[in-house]
Design a protein around this ligand. Structure first.
Ligand code: THU
Length: 159
């Protein structure tokens, strides 16, 4: 028998420890929560993606009466960014969530499907995506989605 550990590193920043660029991206994600269409969950998620050309794309969760037809903020944002700029790597992605009049204290980690999509975008552009998970008690940062998705299923897994 063999056993191995997969270790992830997450850094938690207070607001005043973040760079100006990171704060701006988080502010964009927070603003984007207000564009959420979430009449079913009343859970407003916003995301902001910084592209290599400096463009910031934002998006939010978009729900539907047929629940699985809706889409998370992360995928709305990233698919839109990739559709507009198919040759621009995504450098960073900020995520924020708003419910009942305030931003959540603890960060909202991306769901499994979003992690898988972020992974494909990292591989597509051969560039890791820094993920900034905003919570009013601190921003949790990982340098790549691989920290959130160990033992990944990727293109090479099919070879
Ligand atoms: N949601 C996101 O947009 N991103 C996440 O990371 C988690 C969940 C959305 C999907 C749905 O509209 C609502 O939050 C409740 O699950």
């Amino acid at each position: 028998m063999k056993q191995y550990d997969i270790v992830s590193s997450v850094t938690v920043y207070d607001w005043d420890e973040l760079s100006c660029e990171d704060r701006q991206l988080i502010e964009a994600a927070k603003k984007a929560t207000q564009t959420s269409y979430s009449p079913y969950s009343h859970f407003q998620v916003g995301a902001a993606a910084l592209l290599a050309n400096g463009v910031v794309f934002t998006g939010s969760n978009q729900e539907n009466a047929a629940f699985p037809s809706g889409l998370c903020a992360e995928r709305t944002t990233l698919f839109s960014a990739n559709a507009h700029y198919p040759d621009q790597p995504v450098l960073s992605l900020a995520i924020a969530a708003y419910k009942e009049g305030h931003f959540l204290k603890a960060p909202v980690p991306p769901c499994g499907a979003c992690r898988q999509v972020i992974l494909e975008i990292e591989d597509r552009f051969k560039h890791p995506i820094r993920i900034l998970l905003y919570g009013s008690d601190g921003t949790h940062v990982v340098d790549s989605v691989r920290a959130l998705l160990p033992f990944q299923f990727v293109r090479e897994s099919m070879e």
